[in-house]
Design a protein around this ligand. Structure first.
Ligand SMILES: *Cc1c(COP(=O)(O)O)cnc(C)c1O
Length: 358
């Protein structure tokens, strides 16, 4: 196999070791003579697969006892309406808008009355996330929603996010498991799997158990967190194969040394790339330094006519998925947990060569 690196934002690169293990078990899992794909989700063969996945996720996140893990479907965006259905209960809620995804989450909340904007950085083109001190919410809000890492814009919050009295609901799709977090600061955490966890089709939701009692009575069972929780995420068939792969990724992370170890590598990779971008005026990243994403590095070329040429040359060098999101253009290198440091080094080498020849 030639050496190729996939910088796609999602679905995204997975750890090679995980893919090799899945390949070796594809036809026969653990002597059962069945592929995981073929197993009944309620059978005795599948039970340890989902149980271990949940256990290892709890270990990685150091999850307090009073939080439940749900394995859902419909992607992160389906939570945009599941959140108000499960929490709003005729109350109000506030939304922080720090980029493309959190804006979309707010727009999707509008058919439910009572939601409003707590803060927005749209007027400065999402180059800096609204400071936590500037969030305007109500003391009796059902929740405050924000996105920890804006995948499209490359804007991430770091440091403590701690608000008393109002539960925080957080979209962590593109940064979950990239560094340790204190789960007890959050009421609800959710993430589409296809960035740092596994294949598309699985959504992880972590919810503090006292927040399971607010669902609107009209909420259908598959969309009701409490009913899903009472049925171990099996009110209908879950994304069973996706959960298996997620479990392998959790094992891989534990063997890596957990989230503190992967954070070191993520810091090393992102610093290497940002330091190179900052060392030239050929490439530009204009995100405020305190919010520069460690997972999604967005950049442009001083002459944007060169972008398509850059992408063509990158592919010739085995570097894929560097095109920026369709709504903002430019370039983006997504360097999730599974991207090795060598991938970032190869990208910087190509960027140097492209700069010198243009
Ligand atoms: C990818 C992404 C989404 C959308 O996820 P889907 O699974 O396609 O619904 C939402 N929020 C963030 C932060 C993302 O990175």
């Amino acid at each position: 196999m030639s050496c190729k690196f996939n910088f796609s934002a999602g679905p995204a690169t997975l750890p090679k070791e995980v893919l090799i293990k899945a390949q070796s078990e594809l036809l026969d899992w653990n002597g059962t003579g069945m592929s995981v794909m073929e197993m009944s989700h309620r059978g005795k063969e599948y039970a340890p697969i989902i149980q271990n996945a949940e256990l290892n996720l709890k270990k990685l996140l150091n999850l307090p006892e009073n939080y439940k893990v749900l394995f859902l479907q419909g992607g992160a965006v389906t939570q945009n309406f599941m959140i108000p259905m499960n929490l709003l209960n005729k109350r109000t809620a506030s939304y922080v808008i720090s980029g493309y995804w959190s804006k979309r989450t707010f727009i999707d909340s509008q058919p439910f009355s009572g939601t409003s904007i707590a803060a927005s950085s749209e007027s400065i083109n999402f180059t800096k996330a609204p400071n936590i001190d500037s969030w305007k919410y109500k003391k009796d809000d059902a929740y405050i929603h924000f996105c920890l890492n804006e995948t499209v814009n490359g804007v991430e919050y770091f440091g403590d996010i701690n608000i008393k009295n109002v539960p925080i609901v957080c979209d962590m799709s593109s940064t979950i498991l990239s560094r340790p977090i204190d789960v007890s600061n959050y009421g609800v955490i959710y993430a589409g799997a296809q960035k740092n966890i596994g294949p598309a089709g699985l959504t992880i939701l972590i919810v503090r158990d006292d927040l399971l009692d607010f669902a609107d009575k009209k909420t259908p069972s598959t969309l009701n967190w409490k009913i899903q929780s009472e049925n171990n995420s099996m009110i209908n068939t879950p994304a069973s194969y996706g959960i298996y792969i997620a479990g392998l990724v959790f094992d891989w992370l534990l063997q890596y040394g957990g989230l503190a170890s992967i954070e070191k590598n993520n810091l090393k990779k992102s610093n290497y790339l940002y330091d190179f971008i900052d060392s030239t005026d050929f490439y530009i990243n204009n995100i405020d330094k305190i919010n520069r994403s460690r997972m999604n590095v967005t950049f442009t070329i001083h002459n944007d006519q060169l972008i398509s040429k850059f992408l063509l040359g990158a592919e010739k060098n085995g570097l894929f998925g560097l095109k920026g999101h369709r709504v903002i253009g430019g370039l983006r290198a997504s360097i999730y947990n599974a991207m090795p440091h060598e991938g970032v080094v190869a990208l910087v080498e190509y960027m140097k060569e492209f700069k010198n020849t243009h």
